[in-house]
Write a protein that binds this ligand. Structure first.
Ligand SMILES: NC(=O)c1ccc[n+]([C@@H]2O[C@H](COP(=O)([O-])OP(=O)(O)OC[C@H]3O[C@@H](n4cnc5c(N)ncnc54)[C@H](O)[C@@H]3O)[C@@H](O)[C@H]2O)c1
Length: 386
């Protein structure tokens, strides 16, 4: 095999984006073999741009069963990511899933178990923001230990501004039954993944999720979460889709200084001495540890979705490393599930949390949801995909 024959399930906003760069030759080891979408208008849109060699299917099941693909890229609404991943593994296909891994961790565990039952198959998660060189560098600096232990993690990520028109653009959007959550499930999976990828997982979360605070939606559009880590470090994660202008500032304070990533600029405020030692030994009550402010240079690369898909193909063809293993998708979802559960129960949630309880609470909200799950063309009521 010199190219991976790929089938894309879901030709909406993101499926279209993936198709275009593949057809543009930006994923040279991927041959687009098939596309599936339940809506006729999206299938027609696909037919208008792809060569005749690409087969168009009405359902993901047909695409998976066709024998035309070595791998699938799942780009449908969130609840169906694990559903199609499990089916694809059972048919011997490699899987790349869009984020988030799913809506609830119990479902994602089943997906990960299906992947574990097929170790010969590649399983990747479309965490394209991990390819941004500033986050890669930040992870390296935090993880190599030279800056000491983490004391504090703060991410203000309020630059996900969305209007009411965005939420009106697809019936599955911003509903418990269609999407499974709001800003935490749609916009923040990248941030939650990066936070755990760089700093590790917290052990406890207390969150305040405000549903429909700024938009006419039933799910959260404003969140403040407090986190505690195993070593005693604490963190705060703040997000909304209603701040203009918003902020995107990830700040990690460690014993030897502080890393700040804002606007794709990574700054290190590097102490000459460990703050813990300085605090104990300094003679003046108002003394401060001496420090230098350094802009950290990176190679500036950010290969985005193409980078993730090219690494996926290289893993299938030659065993090269993935950008994000599929099994790691559960970590970011664990964070958003914990934030939702904490807010619903109005108390601190420890990780691991009770996954049955989470599902029961989610199902209560799904039962009251404005929009029921949209899977067929007949019930699909969208005015546009984005
Ligand atoms: N990685 C990124 O940067 C990024 C960016 C945007 C969206 N996404 C993710 O991509 C996924 C899709 O989002 P979107 O914005 O493209 O949504 P969308 O609504 O524009 O597209 C979803 C498409 O899936 C189709 N579909 C629904 N159920 C289906 C099924 N069972 N079988 C086949 N087709 C089905 C719909 O008809 C629709 O065309 C989501 O998981 C979203 O979070 C990722």
């Amino acid at each position: 095999m010199d190219k991976v024959r790929l089938g894309i399930i879901g030709y909406g906003n993101m499926g279209t984006g993936h198709t275009h760069y593949i057809l543009n030759g930006e994923a040279p080891e991927v041959a687009l073999a098939a596309i599936a979408d339940v809506r006729a208008e999206r299938r027609d849109a696909a037919k208008a741009v792809v060569p005749e060699s690409v087969t168009i299917f009405e359902t993901g099941d047909d695409l998976i069963d066709s024998g035309l693909c070595d791998a699938v890229l799942i780009a449908v609404p969130h609840y169906d990511h694990p559903t199609y991943a499990v089916k694809a593994f059972e048919k011997g296909l490699h899987v790349m899933s869009e984020k988030p891994a799913g809506v609830y961790t119990k479902q994602v565990r089943e997906m990960n178990a299906a992947a574990a039952a097929h170790p010969e198959l590649t399983f990747g998660m479309m965490y394209n923001v991990r390819t941004n060189s500033v986050y890669k560098k930040m992870r390296e600096l935090v993880r190599d230990g030279g800056l000491g232990a983490i004391k504090r993690v703060n991410w203000i990520i309020t630059s996900w501004y969305r209007t009411q028109s965005y939420y009106n653009s697809g019936a599955w959007r911003a509903t418990w039954d269609g999407e499974g959550g709001g800003v935490l499930l749609n916009q923040c999976p990248h941030n939650l993944d990066l936070m755990q990828w760089i700093c590790g997982m917290p052990v406890a979360v207390r969150a305040f999720c405000h549903n429909g605070k700024w938009h006419d939606i039933e799910v959260e559009d404003d969140v403040t979460a407090y986190m505690e880590y195993e070593n005693g470090a604490t963190g705060v994660f703040v997000t909304t889709t209603a701040d203009a202008p918003g902020t995107d500032r990830l700040e990690v304070t460690l014993e030897m200084g502080k890393l700040v990533c804002e606007g794709d600029v990574l700054t290190l405020y590097k102490l000459d001495v460990n703050e813990r030692e300085f605090c104990k030994n300094a003679e003046g009550g108002f003394d401060k540890p001496p420090m230098q402010e350094l802009i950290i240079e990176t190679d500036g690369s950010y290969p985005q979705h193409q980078g993730v898909l090219n690494a996926f193909a290289a893993n299938i063809l030659r065993g090269e490393p993935l950008i994000a293993k599929g099994e790691e998708g559960i970590n970011g979802l664990t964070l958003s599930n914990a934030m939702h559960l904490s807010s619903w129960l109005d108390k601190t949630v420890t990780i691991p949390f009770d996954e049955e309880l989470f599902l029961n609470e989610l199902n209560k909200r799904r039962a009251q949801s404005r929009e029921k799950k949209i899977v067929t063309e007949k019930t699909f009521n969208t005015k546009g995909s984005h």
